[in-house]
Design a protein around this ligand. Structure first.
Ligand code: CO
Length: 134
């Protein structure tokens, strides 16, 4: 059911320093910071040949990334995102199998302008999983 790895998201405290690390130390192509107020983050996209890394800095008072950084002060992998051909069919199949979909269970528009859903980390090996309509 899941397809390509769309991105790995890393929560960071200092977006400018983290962007510089990926750009200057690792030699990657990085985007300009993109505020995503609906998701409580500012994002920098690191473009790799086969996938993306997204650096997430908290934006606003009740950012979910801020809570993550309280538990992981050095930053860390926040979620991984897999593409699916049909996000509603994927959601229904996962719910049938007992997996918990976060929030209302209805897809929201993600950072790439496509519908996304998040799955409970306790159901997926301790990893927050994002599904994105391909
Ligand atoms: Co994501």
């Amino acid at each position: 059911m899941i397809g390509r790895l769309n991105h790995v998201a890393i929560a960071v405290k200092d977006l400018a320093a983290s962007t510089a690390l990926y750009r200057d130390t690792l030699g990657a192509r990085v985007s300009q910071p993109q505020p995503e107020p609906d998701h409580g983050v500012t994002v920098v996209f690191v473009e790799l040949p086969n996938t993306k890394v997204e650096l997430l800095e908290p934006l606003g008072a009740d950012s979910p990334v801020a809570k993550f950084l309280e538990r992981n002060p050095d930053g860390g992998i926040h979620h991984i995102c897999y593409e699916v051909d049909d996000i509603l069919a994927a959601r229904d199949r996962l719910k049938e199998q007992g997996a918990r979909v976060l929030g209302s269970g209805e897809p929201r528009i993600g950072a790439h302008g496509k519908p996304v859903l998040f799955l409970h980390p306790k159901d997926f090996l301790g990893t927050l999983v994002e599904l994105e309509q391909a």
